[in-house]
Each structure stands twice: as structure tokens, then as C-alpha cells.
Design a protein around this ligand. Structure first.
Ligand code: OGA
Ligand code: MN
Length: 300
């Protein structure tokens, strides 16, 4: 028995049937999912109730897990596993929604800017697996865009202009844009900015990727103004409707995306309504850009 995948749009997204994700996955099943990910960039699995431990187990079958923003220690964990990111607006006991001024709300809002998870660190993220527990009556969709189709559609002049450029990604850039700058010097420096080529090759498909993101704040070797404007133009290009898929959540949906080939963003919703999702993410420990030392550390 293997999976069936139905394309959701021309460029991005597949809806998968024929697998139960709360069970341990066979090597063949993992390969089938990897193949589908390499083709579609993101996959939707409906009706997949997962406990927190099951979600961790699922994610671990695709690689070592990422801690991402947790290194900043901005707030204490609500969930059972440090590797699970709390994408919710609920109180620690999950009985209500937090105040709009709560630190986690600005995090939710920052997620509404187009980004690739953990592009602010090396290694970055490979697969993100987001599980919906409770969803608002309306709003709160998540959108995805295909950075491979976006690269292909660039004019040749722009392709050659950016071929050898690198962008600087910084963890708090999108927070600062939202006026959220209340961090200690230590927190600001825990994850120093990193460079990524603006054109990367996606190992799973061999296709080129236009690697832009809300985390990118500068282009190496350019003035801030020129670099930032080019980044904004390229992000606008990469997120045109023809490259996108919009996911409308139902409880127990599991959506898996490849951060090496796609961007995503949350959409606005009524903050008085409960929205509760959780994410586990694998590290991109085989990224071809990693230095020998980075690779060794990542595999340790
Ligand atoms: C994420 C993310 C957006 C959303 O889980 O990494 O950015 O819609 N989520 O919650
Ligand atoms: Mn994200």
C-alpha cells in the first residue's frame, strides 16, 4: 500500500491519502513522502489526529529536529516537548485566549510575513510539520509559494544579476519591523545573522530556488537601501498568485512543507477566537552550502 497524491495547483501542493501518520512509517513510506515533497513542495494530509509525542515521532523519521526561535528563551514552553513550536493564541492551560499584548501574539503576527522557517540560522530548516488542533471559524489560513517556479519565471537579466549574491538573514528582523524590539543584548546576539545565496539549488529536485524571505534584511556588498529594495521586489515577484496555494485549516490537518523550496505565511484572523496549531521541524543538515565544520556539528 502506498500513497496517492492529488495536485492542488499548477506549481505547488499535493493532497495525500493512503497513510496514517500516527503510526511508525516504513522506509518505503518515508521514501514515497520524500519523493512527493520533492515534487510538490508541500503536502496536505487530512484527518491526522496526532498526540504531541506522535508528532515528534513523525518528524524524527525525517531527520534531527530544529529548535529555531526557542534559543532566544522569550517565553516558557506550553507544550510537552521543547522541539514543538506553539503556534497558538491560547493560555498555558489552553482554556482561553491570551491578551493581545502577550508576547506570543507578536510571534503569530510575524508569521504572517512570507518566510522560510529558521532561515536565520545555519543549518536552516528542512521540513516543517504543522498540525491543527483547533481553528478559528474564519480567517487564519496559511499560504504557501513555490520558490522554484518563482526562480524559473525571473527575467534572464535578473537571474544573472542575483546569481552570485548572498542575503543576510536575521532572526529578529521581522520582529523589529513590527515594533517588537524589547529584547536583551544577549537575546539579540544568541543567533547571529547568517548569509545564504539568493539562488540555491534544491537538492531534492535539482531545481534552482529564489531564496528570499522576511528574515532577509540586507544583501552582502550592497547598501542597505539598495539591497532591501531588491529583496522586497524579489519577494513580491516570488509571491504572485500563480505560484501560491492557500490552505484552509480543519482540525487534525497535518501540513508538511519544504523550507528549502517554499515560503509560507499565516493570514489574519480574529484574535478573540482560538487558533491552536503546533509544529515540529527538521534541520537541513545536508544543505550543500554548509562548510565542513558546520556539517560536522550538524551531524553530531
Ligand atoms: C509556522 C508558521 C503560520 C501559521 O508554523 O512556521 O509560520 O499560519 N505558521 O500559523
Ligand atoms: Mn513559519
Amino acid at each position: 500500500m502506498t500513497i496517492t497524491v492529488k495536485a492542488l495547483t499548477e506549481h505547488i501542493g499535493g493532497e495525500v491519502t493512503g497513510v496514517q501518520l500516527n503510526q511508525p512509517l516504513s522506509a518505503d513510506m518515508i521514501e514515497a513522502i520524500n519523493d512527493a515533497m520533492n515534487q510538490y513542495g508541500m503536502l496536505v494530509f487530512r484527518n491526522q489526529p496526532l498526540t504531541q509525542s506522535e508528532q515528534i515521532q513523525l518528524a524524527r523519521s525525517f531527520g534531527p529536529l530544529d529548535m529555531g526561535l526557542k534559543k532566544l528563551k522569550v517565553r516558557k514552553d506550553r507544550l510537552d516537548h521543547p522541539e514543538l513550536a506553539d503556534l497558538s493564541n491560547v493560555t498555558d492551560d489552553a482554556t482561553g485566549v491570551v491578551e493581545r499584548t502577550h508576547k506570543k501574539i507578536v510571534g503569530n503576527i510575524a508569521n504572517q510575513m512570507w518566510h522560510s522557517d529558521s532561515s536565520f540560522q545555519r543549518p536552516g530548516a528542512c521540513y516543517s510539520m504543522l498540525s491543527a488542533v483547533r481553528v478559528p471559524a474564519d480567517g487564519g489560513d496559511t499560504e504557501y509559494t513555490d520558490l522554484r517556479a518563482a526562480y524559473d519565471a525571473l527575467p534572464d537579466s535578473l537571474k544573472s544579476e542575483i546569481a552570485d549574491l548572498q542575503a543576510e538573514h536575521y532572526v529578529l528582523h521581522s520582529r523589529f519591523l513590527l515594533g517588537d524590539d524589547d529584547y536583551t543584548e544577549e537575546q539579540k546576539n544568541v543567533i547571529p545573522p547568517v548569509l545564504w545565496p539568493m539562488v540555491r539549488v534544491h537538492p531534492g529536485s535539482g531545481r534552482k530556488v529564489l531564496f528570499v524571505s522576511a528574515h532577509a534584511r540586507a544583501i552582502d556588498g550592497m547598501t542597505i537601501a539598495e539591497g532591501r529594495m531588491l529583496l522586497m521586489d524579489l519577494l513580491e515577484h516570488a509571491t504572485q498568485p500563480q505560484f501560491r496555494y492557500r490552505h484552509h485549516w480543519q482540525p487534525n490537518d497535518l501540513v508538511m512543507w519544504d523550507n528549502r523550496a517554499t515560503l509560507h505565511r499565516g493570514r489574519r484572523f480574529n484574535l478573540n477566537q482560538v487558533r491552536e496549531l503546533r509544529r515540529a521541524t527538521t534541520l537541513d543538515i545536508n544543505a550543500p552550502e554548509l562548510t565542513a565544520v558546520e556539517r560536522e556539528l550538524a551531524h553530531a
